[in-house]
Design a protein around this ligand. Structure first.
Ligand SMILES: Nc1ncnc2c1ncn2[C@@H]1O[C@H](COP(=O)(O)OP(=O)(O)OP(=O)(O)O)[C@@H](O)[C@H]1O
Length: 237
């Protein structure tokens, strides 16, 4: 599309969002946000508590469409999409990793990883699903844990399952909210190494929210937020 680099996956322009408080007042959560996020690159959003990081990543992750401004996903204006098309776009192209892993407790490791494949637009045969899951378990180093339940895994192992699940549909983007927030420093570092290696290998755009400056430093670009605004963007050149 004209004016957009072919590497650009997501572009937001003058994005503004607010929430209605219980007393009826509106609180601005994101204001004048501009970003261009490219395939194969990694981005961190940092900022103090309440600065708008989660609000912004929820919009970028197509989880919330209550905003003003422009959002182009691969050149397509998101505002033109119906809710159903937006859900399909999200399910097929964006993987999520959260601080609390968000695994389904009563499903085994392999079943958790299989879930996005069952909801994907493209239908996969049982054999294809098995092959994909086996490959993912190998890439996150959990081949021996495929039949375990999440409760029997360490935090780092659970986050590996969440990463494998996020990768299942071969997404174009992975969005993470505090992916290492519940892990000790060493395990957090290992998880980041894994994330960076799988996203680089697959040309995926990685966007993460973190409080940890060391984790942010592992990314190519760091956006800093304050009072809903992006106040600074540092580029690793
Ligand atoms: N549904 C809501 N109702 C009321 N206030 C909200 C709601 N969602 C967000 N906010 C407020 O909007 C502001 C931005 O919140 P947000 O969760 O995006 O910040 P954050 O930077 O992610 O914070 P943290 O680091 O603590 O997770 C905060 O002041 C928060 O209290």
């Amino acid at each position: 599309m004209k004016g957009i680099s072919e590497k650009t996956l997501i572009k937001i322009k003058d994005l503004k969002a607010s929430v209605k408080l219980n007393n009826g007042d509106m609180l601005t959560t994101v204001t004048n946000a501009n970003m261009e996020l490219q395939r194969g690159r990694s981005y961190a959003i940092v900022g103090k508590s309440g600065s708008g990081k989660t609000s912004l990543i929820s919009i970028i992750g197509l989880l919330n469409r209550e905003y003003e401004g422009e959002y182009l996903y691969d050149g397509i204006s998101i505002s033109a999409l119906k809710d159903r098309d937006l859900s399909i776009l999200r399910a097929n192209n964006i993987g999520f990793v959260f601080q609390n892993y968000s695994l389904i407790k009563h499903l085994r490791v392999w079943e958790n990883i299989e879930l996005p494949l069952l909801y994907a637009k493209k239908s996969f045969t049982a054999k294809q699903r098995h092959e994909i899951i086996t490959g993912l378990l190998k890439s996150v180093g959990l081949e021996s844990k495929e039949n375990d339940y999440p409760i029997n895994l360490s935090g780092g192992e659970q986050q590996r399952v969440a990463i494998a699940r996020a990768l299942a549909v071969s997404p174009e983007a992975i969005l993470c909210d505090e992916p290492t927030g519940a892990l000790d420093k060493k395990t957090g570092t290992q998880i980041m190494e894994l994330l960076h290696s799988v996203v680089k290998e697959n040309g995926i755009m990685l966007l993460l929210v973190t409080h940890d400056p060391d984790i942010a430093d592992t990314c190519d670009t760091i956006f800093e937020m304050d009072g809903g605004r992006i106040t600074c963007a540092k580029n690793d050149t």
